[in-house]
Design a protein around this ligand. Structure first.
Ligand SMILES: [Zn+2]
Length: 372
């Protein structure tokens, strides 16, 4: 019995699967019977002829007749099926395989050049920042993106139920309710937990930068993305003062944006630093005169920083004493430190005059090629 296209009255995925399987096995059987060029031509006409070929019939009796809600699914399946049938019919030509190799291979054609890859602007700026701090003796430290509540919040001096946690719009991992709060997993909202992890591992003096991805349940807009990147910094030693922090960040900003850039520090609040400050740089677009980019203030807010809160040292000491009960490496009477955190995308946007953070993640080659 030659194959005839069945009418469909059931458009469920299961019924479609059955109909497609029937068609595929019918074509396979007919292909097996092809012995000559003439057989193949007959097969080609039967399946691919524009008027009344089997593919055309499928288009009419499956796709066009499909109810509205099934159209999308049927359309997709029919398209895939068409490609398959066309290829199958072509490859059924007697001698097709050998012809395709000898006729299609022209060894005199130039080879295919694959374009060289380039660093993504976010990676590029991250590396620039790391490079600047590396020259000042900082090494790179990393931590997990899936963090515990302890490292992300508690060790950073966010007490349980503290309202400051709400400002971080945390994405929590589901099904953690049976665990104690400190062990519950979440996607880290900042790179700051790497501070604690570094101090648990190393005795002072410490100078580290921690680059990495962070997550917040933010609604995406031109300046917000639920995933973005930060570089955290931490320096701990004897006699580290706020002046050291100011000098370090002022130098880093001049390296990043040019030696004309000025910095200024404003009082701010972070649970893990005391005192805390927001750092602004003089607007690199107008030189401080005021323009749209700096909202006519002459200044652009860029990062947060502060002196490490003694409560953070206390949390580190508590953990270190689980291994060595007499550990006193982070006694806040003897050492001090500063920490800072900056958003990589924000810095890259200012460096390159990018107006929408979404460009970084769109995968649009026209955007990315500008940084190659
Ligand atoms: Zn400006």
């Amino acid at each position: 019995m030659p194959y005839t296209v069945p009418k469909l009255d059931d458009y469920s995925p299961e019924a479609l699967d059955r109909a497609i399987a029937g068609l595929r096995s019918a074509l396979e059987q007919e292909v097996a019977g092809v012995k000559s060029e003439a057989d193949h031509e007959a097969l080609r006409i039967r399946w691919r002829a524009r008027t009344n070929g089997i593919l055309t019939q499928i288009n009419d009796s499956w796709l066009k007749a499909a109810p509205k809600e099934a159209k999308r699914d049927v359309g997709q399946r029919v398209n895939e099926l068409k490609t398959w049938v066309e290829e199958r019919v072509e490859s059924a030509k007697p001698g097709a395989a050998s012809a395709s190799v000898t006729d299609k291979l022209d060894i005199t054609l130039p080879g295919i050049r694959r374009p060289l890859g380039a660093e993504h602007p976010v990676v590029k700026t991250t590396n620039e920042i790391i490079g600047i701090f590396a020259k000042m003796g900082y090494s790179v430290e990393t931590g997990p993106e899936i963090e515990t509540d302890y490292y992300n919040f508690e060790s950073m001096n966010f007490p349980p139920n503290h309202p400051a946690r709400d400002t971080q719009d945390t994405i929590f991992i589901a099904g953690q309710e049976s665990k104690p709060q400190r062990d519950r997993l979440l996607l880290r909202t900042h790179t700051s937990p790497v501070q604690t992890r570094a101090m648990e591992k190393h005795r002072p003096p410490i100078r580290v930068v921690a680059p990495g991805k962070v997550h917040r349940s933010d609604t995406p807009d031109a300046s917000h993305s639920p995933i973005f990147h930060q570089v955290e910094g931490l320096a701990v030693d004897t006699n580290i003062t706020f002046s050291d922090l100011k000098g370090t960040l002022d130098h880093a900003m001049k390296e990043l944006f040019g030696s004309d850039v000025k910095t200024r520090f404003f009082p701010s609040f972070f649970p893990f630093t005391e005192p805390s400050a927001d750092v602004q740089i003089s607007c690199i677009f107008c030189g401080g005169k005021g323009c749209r980019k700096c909202k006519h203030s002459g200044w652009i807010e860029l990062l947060g920083c502060g002196m490490v809160d003694p409560a953070v040292f206390a949390a580190v000491t508590q953990e270190r004493r689980k291994l060595n009960p007499s550990d006193d490496a982070y006694n806040p009477e003897k050492i001090t430190g500063f920490a800072f955190g900056m958003g990589v995308e924000r810095i890259a946007m200012i460096q390159h005059g990018i107006s929408d953070i979404g460009h970084f993640y769109s995968g649009d080659m026209r955007f990315l090629e500008q940084f190659a």
